[in-house]
Design a protein around this ligand. Sequence first.
Ligand code: MN
Length: 407
Amino acid sequence: MTSPWPPASREHPFGIHNLPYGVFTTTEDPSPRIGVAIGEHILDVSPVAQATDSDHTPLLDAPNLNPLMAAGRSVWTTVRAEITAWLTDADYRDIVTPHLIRSRNAVLRLPFEVADYVDFYSSEHHASNVGRIFRPDSRPLTPNWKHLPIAYHGRSGTVVVSGTDIVRPCGQRKAPADESPTYGPCLRLDIEAEVGFVVGTGTRLGDRVPLDGLRDHVFGMCLVNDWSARDIQAWESVPLGPFLGKSFATSVSPWIVPLDALAHAWVTPPARDVEPLPYLDDRDSEPAALDLDIEIRLNGHPISRPPFRTMYWTAAQQLAHLTVNGASLRTGDLYASGTVSGPEPDQRGALIELTWNGRDEIKLPDGSRRFFLEDGDEVAIGAYAPGPDGTRVGFGEVVGRVVPARV
Ligand code: MN
């Protein structure tokens, strides 16, 4: 056995300070099981839990993360400490080494069973850009925008893991100049680079989660690509909001980064110029924004670098708002931040902003140009957060390739 020990350098984005959870299969063993990324390997945690007689074996010997997610904050912290010991304490080396699988030999699966899915709209820059594009004669933000984090309920059944092909959706579309709508493949297929929050422990119907309840309820974070059919969306969404223009597919990254890995990533949110109502007022709270640097690549070429720290509403405010009416949370609920766009033109998180709704082209190194996605295009969204002592906490990537419509 020649695997290195410890199995990852400190500099690796999947170093010992990260330990994201996923679910994987291999050719030799096609049963889905929980893995933890460590460097270029995945630790198959269930057999190690059994061999070390861990109290948490039932939570780790599972086809998805839901049992562990449901167990709650104190168990998450204990299990993380246990896995850290397995991967650092030389006494465990002989037990652990046979269960380190090279990542390139594994297939990553959807890591949790998605319960409900909610998508927010919390970047002031994104919302303002979209407002300027679609309502050039009005104020960029709607009157409610700075009073509450706007969101819609999405379709959890079509949340797919990174690597899943995205079939170009068909539907009704009607350009403003058209007399009547036509049916056919989406002509303005777009991305939205977002950050997702995965709920571990639920709530009772009628209960609310306060602003300081994030750590009790959110198990971890992932990256989200909220694929968007802009032409279908524009025609269908007045007045009830997104439906078929969004529900055909939402991609998530395969690794769920625990909140405990992000202790060095909390930063102060941007200044708010409207005083929030008390249940959303975080001015006396701990810093609640997260410092993630996101990169979007189109066919391997970087096209944007959205900074997550610029989001107006934080994940804690989103969770407080999501439950303020007493709607209950369930294990596996996913809520996404909304498109992450920074103040600069090269920090925008969707093609509709990057090309200003098809006005400005994106030039790719192969000489081709894009306004929206073409069949065969591959989009990858990756991110890093600061870790301890100058290290980085990697989120991996959410990747998807557009394949032709089934007409
Ligand atoms: Mn979105």
